[in-house]
Design a protein around this ligand. Structure first.
Ligand SMILES: [Zn+2]
Length: 281
Protein backbone atom coordinates (compact mmCIF):
# COMPACT_ATOMS: atom_id res chain seq x y z
CA UNK A 1 0.00 0.00 0.00
CA UNK A 2 2.73 2.43 1.05
CA UNK A 3 4.84 1.53 -1.96
CA UNK A 4 2.03 2.03 -4.49
CA UNK A 5 1.17 5.33 -2.83
CA UNK A 6 4.75 6.51 -3.22
CA UNK A 7 4.71 5.41 -6.84
CA UNK A 8 1.50 7.30 -7.63
CA UNK A 9 2.75 10.37 -5.88
CA UNK A 10 6.03 10.15 -7.79
CA UNK A 11 4.15 10.28 -11.09
CA UNK A 12 2.46 13.49 -10.03
CA UNK A 13 5.80 15.12 -9.03
CA UNK A 14 4.85 15.54 -5.39
CA UNK A 15 6.54 17.57 -2.71
CA UNK A 16 7.60 14.61 -0.62
CA UNK A 17 7.38 14.95 3.10
CA UNK A 18 9.39 12.52 5.15
CA UNK A 19 10.99 12.09 8.53
CA UNK A 20 13.93 14.47 8.45
CA UNK A 21 17.31 13.10 9.45
CA UNK A 22 20.44 14.96 10.46
CA UNK A 23 21.78 15.60 6.93
CA UNK A 24 18.42 16.91 5.73
CA UNK A 25 18.17 19.32 8.65
CA UNK A 26 21.74 20.55 8.04
CA UNK A 27 21.76 20.86 4.26
CA UNK A 28 18.23 21.34 2.93
CA UNK A 29 18.14 24.97 1.75
CA UNK A 30 16.55 24.70 -1.72
CA UNK A 31 17.32 28.12 -3.21
CA UNK A 32 19.55 29.16 -6.14
CA UNK A 33 23.06 28.64 -4.73
CA UNK A 34 21.71 26.26 -2.09
CA UNK A 35 21.16 22.54 -1.64
CA UNK A 36 18.00 20.47 -2.07
CA UNK A 37 17.77 17.25 -0.08
CA UNK A 38 15.23 14.92 -1.69
CA UNK A 39 14.01 11.88 0.24
CA UNK A 40 14.02 8.82 -2.00
CA UNK A 41 11.35 6.96 -0.01
CA UNK A 42 13.44 3.85 0.51
CA UNK A 43 16.01 2.44 2.87
CA UNK A 44 16.40 -1.01 1.31
CA UNK A 45 18.91 -2.36 -1.19
CA UNK A 46 21.81 -0.59 -2.85
CA UNK A 47 21.70 3.23 -3.18
CA UNK A 48 19.48 4.35 -6.08
CA UNK A 49 21.15 6.25 -8.94
CA UNK A 50 19.97 9.83 -9.14
CA UNK A 51 20.62 12.55 -11.70
CA UNK A 52 19.74 16.24 -11.84
CA UNK A 53 19.87 17.93 -15.21
CA UNK A 54 21.61 14.79 -16.53
CA UNK A 55 24.42 15.01 -13.94
CA UNK A 56 24.91 12.34 -11.23
CA UNK A 57 24.15 13.60 -7.74
CA UNK A 58 25.17 12.52 -4.25
CA UNK A 59 23.08 9.76 -2.66
CA UNK A 60 23.51 9.01 1.05
CA UNK A 61 21.64 7.38 3.88
CA UNK A 62 20.38 9.96 6.34
CA UNK A 63 20.45 9.39 10.11
CA UNK A 64 16.87 8.05 9.96
CA UNK A 65 18.02 5.35 7.52
CA UNK A 66 16.29 6.77 4.44
CA UNK A 67 18.19 7.26 1.20
CA UNK A 68 18.40 10.91 0.19
CA UNK A 69 19.65 12.75 -2.89
CA UNK A 70 21.76 15.81 -2.05
CA UNK A 71 21.46 18.19 -5.00
CA UNK A 72 23.56 21.31 -5.60
CA UNK A 73 21.55 24.18 -7.16
CA UNK A 74 23.76 26.44 -9.22
CA UNK A 75 23.43 30.10 -8.23
CA UNK A 76 23.24 31.35 -11.84
CA UNK A 77 21.40 28.52 -13.63
CA UNK A 78 18.69 27.71 -11.08
CA UNK A 79 15.32 29.50 -11.21
CA UNK A 80 12.83 29.47 -8.33
CA UNK A 81 9.87 27.12 -8.87
CA UNK A 82 9.26 23.40 -9.36
CA UNK A 83 12.26 21.19 -10.13
CA UNK A 84 12.91 17.45 -10.13
CA UNK A 85 15.53 14.75 -9.99
CA UNK A 86 15.50 11.50 -12.00
CA UNK A 87 15.77 8.34 -9.95
CA UNK A 88 16.94 5.19 -11.74
CA UNK A 89 15.73 1.78 -10.63
CA UNK A 90 14.88 -1.68 -11.84
CA UNK A 91 11.46 -0.40 -12.99
CA UNK A 92 13.05 2.38 -15.00
CA UNK A 93 13.38 6.05 -14.23
CA UNK A 94 10.97 8.08 -12.18
CA UNK A 95 10.95 11.78 -11.38
CA UNK A 96 10.81 13.17 -7.86
CA UNK A 97 9.84 16.80 -7.48
CA UNK A 98 11.00 19.52 -5.13
CA UNK A 99 10.45 23.23 -4.97
CA UNK A 100 13.14 25.90 -5.31
CA UNK A 101 12.43 28.99 -3.22
CA UNK A 102 13.90 32.38 -4.11
CA UNK A 103 16.83 34.08 -2.43
CA UNK A 104 18.04 37.63 -3.01
CA UNK A 105 21.77 38.24 -2.99
CA UNK A 106 23.15 41.72 -2.28
CA UNK A 107 25.49 43.61 -4.64
CA UNK A 108 29.13 44.31 -3.85
CA UNK A 109 31.29 46.96 -5.54
CA UNK A 110 35.04 46.38 -5.74
CA UNK A 111 37.71 48.72 -7.11
CA UNK A 112 40.74 47.11 -8.73
CA UNK A 113 43.84 49.12 -9.67
CA UNK A 114 44.92 46.45 -12.15
CA UNK A 115 42.48 47.13 -15.03
CA UNK A 116 43.58 43.93 -16.80
CA UNK A 117 41.90 41.99 -13.99
CA UNK A 118 38.62 43.64 -15.01
CA UNK A 119 39.09 43.52 -18.80
CA UNK A 120 41.80 40.98 -19.65
CA UNK A 121 43.61 41.19 -23.03
CA UNK A 122 43.13 38.43 -25.69
CA UNK A 123 46.16 36.42 -24.53
CA UNK A 124 44.90 36.48 -20.98
CA UNK A 125 41.41 35.54 -22.18
CA UNK A 126 42.86 32.41 -23.83
CA UNK A 127 44.56 31.53 -20.55
CA UNK A 128 41.36 32.17 -18.58
CA UNK A 129 39.39 29.92 -20.97
CA UNK A 130 41.97 27.11 -20.61
CA UNK A 131 41.94 27.38 -16.84
CA UNK A 132 38.14 27.52 -16.77
CA UNK A 133 37.97 24.15 -18.58
CA UNK A 134 40.49 22.60 -16.16
CA UNK A 135 38.43 23.75 -13.21
CA UNK A 136 35.11 22.55 -14.66
CA UNK A 137 36.73 19.13 -15.23
CA UNK A 138 37.77 19.08 -11.55
CA UNK A 139 34.29 20.14 -10.40
CA UNK A 140 32.61 17.52 -12.63
CA UNK A 141 34.38 14.49 -11.16
CA UNK A 142 32.20 11.93 -9.49
CA UNK A 143 33.72 9.18 -7.34
CA UNK A 144 31.49 6.59 -5.69
CA UNK A 145 33.21 6.95 -2.30
CA UNK A 146 31.00 8.47 0.40
CA UNK A 147 32.48 11.65 1.97
CA UNK A 148 34.10 11.05 5.38
CA UNK A 149 31.91 13.83 6.82
CA UNK A 150 29.11 15.98 5.40
CA UNK A 151 29.24 18.63 8.10
CA UNK A 152 32.58 20.14 7.03
CA UNK A 153 35.22 21.61 9.32
CA UNK A 154 36.14 25.26 8.78
CA UNK A 155 39.25 25.21 6.57
CA UNK A 156 40.93 27.96 8.66
CA UNK A 157 40.78 28.68 12.36
CA UNK A 158 39.21 31.98 13.40
CA UNK A 159 38.63 34.85 11.02
CA UNK A 160 35.33 36.49 10.31
CA UNK A 161 33.38 35.62 7.18
CA UNK A 162 34.31 38.70 5.14
CA UNK A 163 32.46 38.15 1.85
CA UNK A 164 29.44 35.91 1.79
CA UNK A 165 28.51 33.56 -1.03
CA UNK A 166 26.44 34.83 -3.97
CA UNK A 167 27.20 38.56 -3.80
CA UNK A 168 26.48 40.12 -7.20
CA UNK A 169 29.85 41.60 -8.06
CA UNK A 170 30.76 44.79 -9.83
CA UNK A 171 34.46 45.33 -10.53
CA UNK A 172 35.14 49.03 -11.23
CA UNK A 173 31.41 49.34 -11.98
CA UNK A 174 31.24 46.40 -14.41
CA UNK A 175 29.14 43.38 -13.44
CA UNK A 176 31.00 40.06 -13.39
CA UNK A 177 30.17 36.56 -12.11
CA UNK A 178 28.65 36.42 -8.62
CA UNK A 179 30.85 35.49 -5.68
CA UNK A 180 31.12 31.70 -5.96
CA UNK A 181 32.45 31.01 -2.49
CA UNK A 182 32.92 32.22 1.05
CA UNK A 183 35.82 34.43 2.18
CA UNK A 184 37.57 34.10 5.52
CA UNK A 185 39.51 37.17 6.68
CA UNK A 186 42.69 35.63 8.07
CA UNK A 187 46.35 36.72 7.89
CA UNK A 188 48.72 35.56 5.15
CA UNK A 189 50.43 32.34 6.15
CA UNK A 190 47.45 30.94 8.10
CA UNK A 191 47.37 27.14 7.59
CA UNK A 192 44.51 25.82 5.43
CA UNK A 193 43.23 22.40 6.51
CA UNK A 194 41.25 19.78 4.62
CA UNK A 195 37.66 19.90 5.99
CA UNK A 196 37.14 16.20 5.19
CA UNK A 197 39.18 13.34 3.70
CA UNK A 198 39.88 13.87 0.01
CA UNK A 199 42.04 13.50 -3.07
CA UNK A 200 43.91 16.49 -4.53
CA UNK A 201 42.60 16.74 -8.08
CA UNK A 202 44.03 20.07 -9.25
CA UNK A 203 46.89 22.32 -8.19
CA UNK A 204 47.57 25.46 -10.19
CA UNK A 205 48.51 29.11 -10.32
CA UNK A 206 45.46 30.59 -12.06
CA UNK A 207 44.78 34.05 -13.52
CA UNK A 208 41.87 35.00 -11.24
CA UNK A 209 42.20 32.48 -8.40
CA UNK A 210 45.98 32.61 -7.99
CA UNK A 211 47.53 29.61 -6.28
CA UNK A 212 44.71 27.08 -6.02
CA UNK A 213 43.97 23.59 -4.71
CA UNK A 214 40.96 21.38 -5.51
CA UNK A 215 39.91 18.50 -3.24
CA UNK A 216 37.53 15.73 -4.30
CA UNK A 217 35.68 14.28 -1.29
CA UNK A 218 33.56 11.75 -3.20
CA UNK A 219 29.97 11.66 -4.53
CA UNK A 220 30.53 14.91 -6.45
CA UNK A 221 31.46 16.96 -3.37
CA UNK A 222 34.44 19.11 -4.41
CA UNK A 223 36.07 21.98 -2.50
CA UNK A 224 38.44 24.67 -3.80
CA UNK A 225 40.92 26.93 -1.98
CA UNK A 226 42.40 29.96 -3.69
CA UNK A 227 44.61 33.10 -3.45
CA UNK A 228 47.06 30.87 -1.52
CA UNK A 229 50.63 31.96 -0.78
CA UNK A 230 51.99 28.39 -0.63
CA UNK A 231 50.73 24.89 -1.44
CA UNK A 232 51.80 21.83 0.58
CA UNK A 233 50.21 19.07 -1.56
CA UNK A 234 50.42 17.69 -5.09
CA UNK A 235 47.88 16.41 -7.59
CA UNK A 236 46.84 12.81 -6.87
CA UNK A 237 47.74 13.04 -3.17
CA UNK A 238 45.32 11.57 -0.64
CA UNK A 239 44.70 13.93 2.29
CA UNK A 240 43.01 13.35 5.63
CA UNK A 241 40.55 15.55 7.46
CA UNK A 242 42.52 18.21 9.36
CA UNK A 243 45.69 17.88 7.27
CA UNK A 244 47.37 21.18 6.30
CA UNK A 245 47.17 21.54 2.51
CA UNK A 246 48.26 25.17 1.98
CA UNK A 247 48.79 28.66 3.46
CA UNK A 248 46.57 31.71 3.04
CA UNK A 249 47.77 34.47 0.69
CA UNK A 250 46.60 37.08 -1.82
CA UNK A 251 47.69 35.65 -5.20
CA UNK A 252 45.49 36.22 -8.29
CA UNK A 253 42.59 38.71 -8.28
CA UNK A 254 42.54 39.50 -4.55
CA UNK A 255 42.52 42.85 -2.79
CA UNK A 256 44.31 41.46 0.29
CA UNK A 257 45.12 38.22 2.14
CA UNK A 258 42.07 35.99 2.71
CA UNK A 259 40.94 32.45 2.00
CA UNK A 260 38.36 32.11 -0.75
CA UNK A 261 36.62 28.75 -0.32
CA UNK A 262 34.26 27.11 -2.82
CA UNK A 263 32.03 24.12 -2.17
CA UNK A 264 30.56 22.33 -5.18
CA UNK A 265 28.02 19.53 -5.57
CA UNK A 266 27.23 17.98 -8.98
CA UNK A 267 29.28 20.76 -10.61
CA UNK A 268 27.13 23.47 -8.97
CA UNK A 269 28.79 26.02 -6.71
CA UNK A 270 26.75 26.25 -3.51
CA UNK A 271 26.89 28.32 -0.35
CA UNK A 272 29.74 26.89 1.79
CA UNK A 273 28.08 28.36 4.92
CA UNK A 274 25.50 25.54 4.64
CA UNK A 275 28.21 22.94 5.23
CA UNK A 276 29.70 24.65 8.30
CA UNK A 277 26.30 25.29 9.87
CA UNK A 278 26.58 29.08 9.35
CA UNK A 279 23.83 29.54 6.73
CA UNK A 280 21.85 32.76 6.85
CA UNK A 281 18.81 32.90 4.56
ZN1 LIG B 1 36.11 35.23 -2.48
Amino acid sequence: MYRSLVLCMALALPMLTHAEGYITRLLNHPVPGGVAVVGLGTNAGPPPRVTYDGTPVMVLKDSDGEYIAVVGLDVQKTRPGPAHVQVGGPQGKRALGFNVASREYPAQHIRLKNKKQVNPDPEQLARIEREYKQQIAAYSQFREDIPSNISLDRPVEGGRLSSRFGLRRFFNGEERNPHSGLDFAVPAGTPVKAPADGIVTLVGDLFFNGKTVFLDHGQGLVTMYCHLSAIDVQEGQVVSRGQVIARVGSTGRATGPHLHWNVSLNNARVDPAIFINAYKP
